[in-house]
Ligand binder design. Structure first.
Ligand code: GUN
Ligand code: FE
Length: 435
């Protein structure tokens, strides 16, 4: 009799132990050409050669994904859930884009039914594009957080997110107060953090939309809930930086604002980090805060070029993300491709092994969640994707001449999108319809 509690996924397994140092760094990853994962109750029980894994569970049904690659699910470390209907809005740079499109769209999330409907489309988009975990800004309404985590729970997805705290320089309908944002965030932490696979993220939007009293409240929340991450934006756009300086004239610099309210640390995710001074980089390193690269957004909003080499030379931890709806694609493959080009413009060449490390284990490490996701290690959650480097006729033609794993990965990054994601498993359950 078939053992329906277990499933075997067969294919070419690829996962990373650490960041690859160079092109030939075969020690950084594990690649099994006829590999398999044995999955039970949403976890990876065994990984190895197909023949060895199959012998352990001879009755388990086999999903045969040969000749495709099997990787850990992709991780998006910065995305805006209420911007599903903001993506692709023709706008000027950041502050106009926020005022003209983003703030009006986010106001609709006061209505729970709207959030619930958008959440379905949001998670469909993530899994279609191979993203199994994301870190999201919800709107300022607690309703939007409920809609976000309720739909994630229905799908058993490991998701991080939180209510955006914002009490000035935005429409009244979006503004909370320092006190209400503290109270609402605290209640939401109690309700959601650690419920199923949910992680709550304390989320002051950025310095411009928070009074000092609200950043103080965010700092208090972080001290009271050190198990939570904190996310915000920094040094994305020159006008944003100038306005921040006006609002916080006594701070050393932009990072100094967040630093003075105790918002930095190993669980702090700082979106953009484009225009950083040396003092800011030193403080980032000292505090272990993470600089999140959002390439499609930085190009779309004309924000600037993220200097990965400089950040890493200064010992700053880095992550990569879509930043939808400033970002223009849900796909981390598209995101890696645009990121590659931004680095090319600065004479930095990202190797494809580094790219795929970054979008899987690298982002998991940035979140401190590599014990659960991003690796295919035994005992971790069964969030897994199947990648087809010949998904379209033109990819198939190019694939005919690919000589190595690195070439195949580079092809996937450069030409791939949701069509190259053959399947997405969340907690061991396939999310994409066959065909
Ligand atoms: N800074 C403050 N809010 C936002 C946002 O929604 N998107 C981006 N890209 N930057 C921001
Ligand atoms: Fe953002």
């Amino acid at each position: 009799m078939a053992d329906n509690t277990k499933t075997i996924l067969r294919g070419r397994l690829l996962s990373f132990h650490r960041a690859p140092d160079h092109l030939e760094d075969t020690q950084a990853y594990q690649y099994e050409t006829d590999g398999a994962l044995l999955i039970e109750k949403g976890r990876i029980l065994k990984r190895g050669r197909f023949s060895d894994v199959a012998a352990l569970a001879p009755d388990a049904p086999i999903q045969d994904h040969r000749p495709h690659l099997i990787l850990p699910g992709l991780i998006d470390t910065h995305i805006h859930f209420p911007q599903v209907q903001v993506i692709a809005s023709w706008a000027d740079q950041l502050l106009d884009w926020l005022n003209d499109y983003t703030f009006p769209a986010e106001q609709k999330f006061e209505d729970k039914a709207h959030g619930t409907r958008i959440a379905k489309g949001f998670y469909d988009a993530l899994t279609a594009h191979g993203t199994t975990t994301a870190v999201a800004y919800c709107s300022s309404h607690p309703n939007s957080v409920d809609a976000y985590f309720e739909e994630a729970a229905r799908r058993n997805m490991l998701m991080l997110g939180g209510k955006t705290m914002m009490d000035r320089n935005a429409p009244d309908a979006l503004c909370d107060t320092a006190q209400s944002s503290y109270d609402d965030s605290k209640a939401l932490i109690g309700k959601w953090h650690g419920t199923g696979r949910a992680y709550y993220v304390i989320t002051p939007r950025f310095a411009i939309t928070s009074t000092p009293a609200q950043l103080e409240a965010a700092g208090a929340l972080l001290r009271e809930h050190p198990q939570c991450h904190l996310q915000t934006h920094i040094n994305e756009n020159h006008n944003e930086i100038a306005f921040t300086k006006e609002l916080y004239p006594d701070a050393d610099d932009y990072l100094g604002v967040y630093e003075s309210f105790g918002l930095l640390g190993k669980k702090t995710l700082l979106g953009h980090c484009i225009h950083m001074n040396d003092r800011e980089l030193a403080v980032m390193k000292e505090t272990g805060s993470v600089a999140v690269f959002c390439p499609t957004s930085n190009l779309f909003l004309g924000s600037g070029l993220y200097d990965k080499a400089r950040l890493e030379t200064h010992g700053v931890r880095t992550a990569i993300a879509t930043d939808v709806g400033g970002g223009t694609s849900y796909s981390l493959l598209r995101t890696l491709d645009e990121g590659y080009k931004i680095l090319q413009l600065q004479r930095q060449r990202m190797h494809p092994l580094t790219s795929f490390y970054w979008a899987t284990r690298g982002n998991a490490e940035a979140l401190g969640l590599e014990d659960r996701i991003g690796t295919l290690e035994e005992g971790t959650d069964a969030d897994v994707i199947v990648l087809d480097a010949a998904a379209t006729p033109e990819m198939a033609l190019r694939m005919e001449t690919a000589q190595s794993l690195a070439e195949e990965l580079f092809l996937l990054q450069t030409l791939g999108d949701d069509r190259a994601i053959k399947q997405t498993y969340v907690s061991g359950v396939p999310q994409k319809r066959a065909g």
